[in-house]
Design a protein around this ligand. Structure first.
Ligand code: AMP
Ligand code: TRP
Length: 326
């Protein structure tokens, strides 16, 4: 391992990635390659904590890997692998689970939300412990994620501190890196809830594979607010504010700048401009995705996993010694 600072992040292969994933997470994954040793993971074991179909999981895993590469994660500079191919994640998760209170896990927002949808399995309860192991196994310093992962990151930091004080210093305490704009992209169908892969309404989100036509339609049908003025005001104009953030990201212009240009142009013209910016911004990703073969992706995943296993085993050597298993 080099002395350069490391980052890790993961994404679940459940459903197609959308602009919220790009703005909140993937864009940081790509950007951070310039500054850090970057390690990224398609967290297939996490995807098994919700009801799923094996054939779908196999396909979605490969699709997500291809999408991450298409979005600009560069295999020359980053590791990108399937979580299940590096079994040390699970080994460390077991050890961390012995330091985790069941009550703490039961109180976590994601568990409560998902458990309400049925299926209170041990896997779902233990989900955040596996996530902590994903991060700690590589002893990283930073984790680029959207706002929704704040609680999971707190648990990870907590477990790292607990481990270090009980067994000696092994883990750095990782920081959460969240973008200032777009840490929480909202649903186009309901701007008071998060844009999410699991929302039953397809109009709620723009997929990275959507055609220009589909993007224009979805933006035009986005729920907006009363009035006609394009203004950045999350209280009174959540729909317009959400579109402004998305627009700002894809046009690389400040919100103030956009408001001064579109403030009085009416929602219709504003939405056309937003749709065009999104379509243009996603085009390179879509093109790269379509141009990449499954075999190419398979090779990247296999060689990264080999390297990641070696790195993870380095950490586990310290961990096993510290806890009395070696
Ligand atoms: P998920 O879609 O839950 O697998 O999340 C993958 C990554 O995208 C995580 O880092 C999330 O924090 C981020 N993310 C997911 N949905 C959004 C959203 N609506 N806005 C911003 N970031 C998001
Ligand atoms: N829980 C994360 C999500 O839903 C996915 C994830 C799993 C993750 N392991 C991780 C994110 C480690 C960052 C680091 O988006």
């Amino acid at each position: 391992m080099t002395d350069q600072k490391r980052v890790f992040s993961g994404m679940q292969p459940t459903g197609d990635p959308h602009v919220g994933n790009v703005i909140g997470a993937l864009s940081n994954w790509v950007r951070m390659q310039d500054e850090y040793d970057t390690i990224y993971c398609v967290v297939d074991l996490h995807a098994m904590t919700a009801p799923y179909d094996p054939a779908n999981l196999r396909r979605e895993r490969a699709d997500l890997a291809k999408m991450i590469l298409a979005a600009g994660v560069d295999p020359e500079r980053s590791l990108l692998y399937y979580q299940s191919e590096v079994p040390q994640h699970v080994e460390l998760a077991w050890i961390l689970s012995t330091l985790t209170g069941v009550g703490h896990l039961e109180r976590m927002t994601q568990f409560k939300e998902k458990a309400d949808m049925g299926g209170q399995t041990l896997g779902l309860l233990a989900y955040p412990v596996l996530q902590a192991a994903d991060i700690l196994i590589h002893r990283v310093h930073a984790v680029p994620v959207g706002n929704d992962q704040a609680q999971h990151l707190e648990l990870t930091r907590d477990l790292a501190e607990r481990f270090n004080s009980r067994f000696g210093h092994v883990f750095p305490i990782p920081e959460r890196i969240t973008p200032e704009i777009g840490a929480r992209v909202m649903s186009l169908a309901d701007p008071t809830s998060k844009m999410s892969k699991s929302d039953p309404s397809l109009k709620s989100r723009i997929l990275l594979t959507d055609s220009t036509d589909q993007i224009m339609k979805k933006v035009k049908s986005a729920v907006t607010d009363t009035g006609t003025e394009v203004a950045f005001d999350w209280e009174d104009k959540p729909g317009i504010s959400n579109l402004l953030e998305i627009f700002s990201f894809f046009s690389d212009r400040s919100i103030d700048d956009l408001v001064s240009e579109y403030g009085a142009s009416g929602y219709g013209a504003f939405k056309v401009a937003v749709g065009e910016a999104v379509a243009e911004g996603l085009k390179p990703i879509r093109d790269a995705y379509e141009g990449m073969s499954d075999a190419e992706v398979g090779e990247v995943m296999a060689s990264s996993a080999t390297r990641a296993r070696e790195m993870a085993d380095g950490t586990m050597t310290f961990v096993r010694e510290s806890v009395g298993l070696a």
